[in-house]
Design a protein around this ligand. Structure first.
Ligand code: C5P
Length: 233
């Protein structure tokens, strides 16, 4: 693995705000950004389009090895555009079907292994912010700074509730809390790359914090970690 550039990893459960915080942090630092969940979703979409099923491990692994993926910021800098073989697929990877397929594919060891090189390739100067579930524990185990970003199930359910309300989708808050608790349990219990903080990760609980407050906290942790590891910016 290239040790050419510093890496900040942000792992944690769904709904903790990793995506938003990782994007803002990468912008502030002028670093590259790796949304590893999107990689699993892109592979799922590619498989779906090539009629490769979640149990066809050889074909999936082949697809994983040859994925041509690009992430780039749109003009306003507020959204990350996703490209697969030069085709814009930003919205298509966010559907329920693709998300479900991504989580089935993500439990296959051969697939996870095949995606390692692709993920390592994002580590380029001046640096990388990588978000996901196993960035600090597996993919960038030698990262300069590892954050485990979390929030209580109730807080995460409230954030999700607000997003759904804006879209005009009515749901019950207690049902959302239950769903989130069940998913946390599943993610933590899975054998391969289970969701857990790396032993040297710093846990940041964003419950009751605004996005700006979380960002400020992370920026101060980055400054500390990079000056300690001798990376001068
Ligand atoms: O974070 P997101 O919902 O986009 O992730 C899509 C799927 O990929 C999830 O099911 C998650 O379990 C899986 N994933 C993973 N390892 C990562 C990132 C995501 O297994 N580093």
């Amino acid at each position: 693995m290239s040790r050419s550039a510093p890496v900040v990893t942000i792992d944690g459960p769904s709904g903790a705000g990793k995506g938003t915080i990782a994007r803002l942090l990468a912008q502030q630092l002028g670093y590259h950004l790796l949304d590893s969940g999107a990689i699993y979703r892109i592979l799922a979409l590619a498989a779906h389009e090539s009629s490769v099923g979640p149990d066809e491990i050889t074909d999936l692994t082949e697809l994983a090895r040859n994925l041509e993926v690009e992430f780039r910021l749109n003009e306003s800098g507020c959204e990350t555009q996703v490209l697969l073989s030069d085709q814009l697929i930003t919205d298509r990877i966010r559907t329920e079907i693709v998300g479900n397929l991504a989580s089935q594919i993500a439990v296959i060891p051969e697939v996870r292994l095949a995606l390692l090189d692709l993920q390592h390739g994002f580590r380029k100067p001046p640096g990388l912010v990588a978000d996901g579930r196993d960035m600090g524990t597996v993919v960038f185990a030698d990262a300069e700074l590892k954050i485990f970003l979390t929030a209580t199930p109730l807080e995460r359910a409230k954030r999700r509730y607000k997003q759904l309300m804006v879209k005009g989708i009515g749901v019950s808050l207690p049902a959302l809390v239950r769903e989130i608790e069940q998913r946390d349990q599943r993610d933590a219990d899975r054998k391969l790359a289970p969701l857990r903080p790396a032993s040297d990760a710093i846990t940041v609980d964003s419950t009751g914090m605004t996005v700006d407050q979380v960002l400020m906290r992370l920026m101060s942790l980055v400054r500390e970690a990079l000056s300690e590891s001798g990376v001068v910016r």
